[in-house]
Design a protein around this ligand. Structure first.
Ligand SMILES: Nc1ncnc2c1ncn2[C@@H]1O[C@H](COP(=O)(O)OP(=O)(O)OP(=O)(O)O)[C@@H](O)[C@H]1O
Length: 321
């Protein structure tokens, strides 16, 4: 019997090489190297990396599609390759650019086939389908063949298909790629609700930092096959010294606020009525900066801008080159 505190994903020294042809020669490409991570039940983890960093290769090893070259991996307490069939009951996978639905069949029929594959009872199939149709707002296109769906509708159907058997772990590869703002928001809200309702563990790869900000409480950054960061978003910004920015609207025109301790003056607009000051959260706080600004000018309004995460990730890569 699995202990609920057991990790959902556990890898140790995991690595995978590929032999590739390079002109007449063959050489070895190391796609993943020495990956050691532990993901607990209920976590939501963003797996971030540039193109070719090793994300897909990792996912394929976690799900038993690829055999590791080195190291060990267990997913939901199972060995992915030998236990692949049992693992399929525990894991749902959504690939943004690949479909697991039957193209010419109505969405409803795909769900029926998947429910049969997963051996769901009639009651379980009905309850779960109803829940997903409701939460993902799919009622209007259940009878439509998959090939006629819009991208946003198809992604919702893909997610429902992957979650129909209530997997403990859901792996999403670029789930919001190509979606409009509203579809992205809906999908993210659904995933948050699903996690809250069922304690589902999420692992998602994405180039969309909005996904990370809204969905993930932990981030793994992979760079050229190696783990470059493991922690939360705030820590990620701190590791590269990314700055926060205090934007103040002043009551009267003022000169540039250049002498405020632990800050860098970035810009002034409208005769200095609005000024932007960058500060490092390691050394000071927004409150302290505000207090110092208030000694020079009356502040009418303020906002604090968080670091741009894409920029933070770029800096991590740059620092490792
Ligand atoms: N089947 C394969 N044969 C040879 N090389 C491969 C194979 N699969 C992946 N690679 C190489 O391994 C490295 C990691 O690729 P992987 O697809 O895991 O990266 P990724 O982070 O998923 O990239 P993307 O964001 O573009 O999907 C790359 O250099 C890639 O060219």
């Amino acid at each position: 019997m699995a202990d609920p505190t057991d990790p959902i994903i556990e890898t140790s020294g995991l690595g995978r090489d590929f032999r590739v042809r390079d002109g007449l020669r063959r050489r070895t490409v190391t796609a993943v190297e020495d990956l050691t991570v532990r993901v607990a039940a209920g976590e939501a983890v963003g797996y971030i990396g540039a193109n070719g960093a090793g994300k897909s290769t990792t996912i394929k090893m976690l799900t038993g599609i690829l055999v590791p070259t080195r190291g060990t991996v267990t997913t939901c307490g199972l060995r992915p390759v030998p236990d692949r069939r049992r693992l399929a009951r525990e894991v749902g996978v959504v690939f943004g650019q690949r479909s697991q639905l039957w193209w010419d069949l109505p969405v409803r029929e795909s769900f029926r086939i998947l429910a049969a594959i997963h051996d769901l009872s009639a009651a379980a199939e009905r309850d779960r389908t109803d829940e997903l149709v409701d939460r993902l707002e799919m009622a209007e296109f259940l009878g439509t063949p998959v090939r006629q769906l819009s991208l946003g509708q198809r992604m919702r159907a893909e997610v429902a298909a992957a979650l129909l058997h209530s997997p403990r772990l859901v792996i999403l590869d670029e789930p919001t790629i190509g979606l409009d703002v509203l579809s992205k928001q809906r999908l993210r809200e659904f995933l948050v609700a699903e996690r809250r309702a069922h304690g589902t563990t999420l692992l998602l790869t994405t180039h969309d930092m909005g996904d990370v900000e809204r969905l993930c409480d932990r981030i793994l950054v992979i760079d050229r096959g190696r783990l470059a960061y493991d922690g939360d978003l705030i820590g990620l910004s701190r590791t590269v010294g990314a700055e926060r920015v205090l934007v103040v609207d002043l009551a009267e025109a003022a000169g540039d606020l250049t002498g405020i301790p632990d800050t860098r003056h970035l810009a002034s607009e409208g005769n200095g009525l609005r000024q932007r000051l960058a500060f490092d959260a390691e050394h000071t706080t927004a409150a302290r900066v505000l207090a110092a600004v208030s000694e020079h000018a009356e502040v009418l309004d303020l906002t604090v801008e968080e670091p741009d995460i894409e920029d933070v990730v770029r800096r991590i890569y740059a620092a490792r080159r």
